[in-house]
Design a protein around this ligand. Sequence first.
Ligand SMILES: Cc1cc2nc3c(=O)[nH]c(=O)nc-3n(C[C@H](O)[C@H](O)[C@H](O)COP(=O)(O)OP(=O)(O)OC[C@H]3O[C@@H](n4cnc5c(N)ncnc54)[C@H](O)[C@@H]3O)c2cc1C
Length: 388
Amino acid sequence: MAKAPDVLILGAGVMGASVAWHLAQRGVRRVTLLDAAIGPGAGSTGRATGGYRGQFSTEANVRLSLASRAKLVRFRDEVGTDPQYRPVGYLFLCDTAEQLAGFRRSRAIQRDCGLFEATELAADDLAGINPHVSYDGVIGASWCPSDGTIRPLEILRGYLEGAQRGGATVHWGTRVTALERAADGRITAVRSAAGERWASPHVVNCTGAWAGGVAAMAGLALPVVPTRRQIAVALGHGLPDALPMTIWVRDGFHLRVRDGQALLNWPVDTPSDDPFSLHVHRPWVDATWAMARERVPAMAHAHLDDGAHWAGLYEMSPDKTVCFGYDPACPNLLLVNGSSGHGVMHSPILGELAAEWLVTGRVTSMDVRPLRPTRFAEGDPNPVNDLL
Ligand SMILES: Cc1cc2nc3c(=O)[nH]c(=O)nc-3n(C[C@H](O)[C@H](O)[C@H](O)COP(=O)(O)OP(=O)(O)OC[C@H]3O[C@@H](n4cnc5c(N)ncnc54)[C@H](O)[C@@H]3O)c2cc1C
């Protein structure tokens, strides 16, 4: 006999947890989350460094960021845990006039969406914002003081515990292996590796970097693929936790400080036969460390913490924007996938929008058309020119 919740959510990372919490807020209590992992945070959410920014170059992502920021500010009162949103700023360092011009175009889009505080800085202004790095070759920057940092695992904990208080049930160690469909395309049952079976009028795919494979179980082509991102950890640098997120546009290298650890990120892929590999590539660590030492004088006295480096998976969509909505071929499978490395920061608003759609049958609070999963097949993706 199949178990039959009102909404069945596949994946209990930050996205699934946010959907469940927002459903509970709307009074939907019979919500079940299935997750293959043995406990919270084992997917990408627990591997995120915890950046938040509004400095995107597409309207869709700027709007998701601004709506999420409003919710992050209220999060502790509404959800009960502290997301630790700290507006330490994002500083994008530019070497060329073309790079600066690109950020100018992005800021025009940001202003149209209501983000007014992002601004261009001249080279002379930079040391006043971040005195801890070397500005060799840098001619200016884009700076937004309301960008900053957040705590992925506290956001996850808040949503998960709140959803459970509201009636939701989480089944850990439950790997979904099959989605059964009726002739009209609807999902009729979800099966797990252990042979359990769930039936629900509404199924939500929140399986992050694994979402393409889960959608394929229903015969859907969802273009969300994993991309490995690695983080090298340095100690003994003396940099403050309130260091702005500082990004060199020339190659994407960036760093932030969390709990005294300098988190070094050079966002390039290194070769692997396994797209889901979490192996940290030693040559990548060495190259990243060389960049850090060249660009951050405090690293001269610092050392790598070799046991602490880690890798995780971004859930990439072709235009680096979430796929949010229903595929017409499968009218009861809501997709919330492909945030492309921005899923923690966008989870507050995406969970709210998902709950709105599930409960009312439509979304009127935001224009979600640019997020529709079918935009690729229609030849109408969002413009892609975001660096990270
Ligand atoms: C190194 C790194 C840095 C990052 N930095 C940031 C950042 O600064 N800011 C930001 O916003 N985002 C960042 N991200 C991205 C962020 O981690 C993701 O966008 C976000 O966690 C996605 O949340 P999710 O719930 O969709 O995925 P996940 O947290 O991965 O959750 C998906 C869940 O689905 C489960 N699952 C998978 N397959 C199945 C199955 N078949 N059956 C059942 N369960 C299944 C998994 O076990 C997992 O728990 C970063 C990611 C990485 C790797």
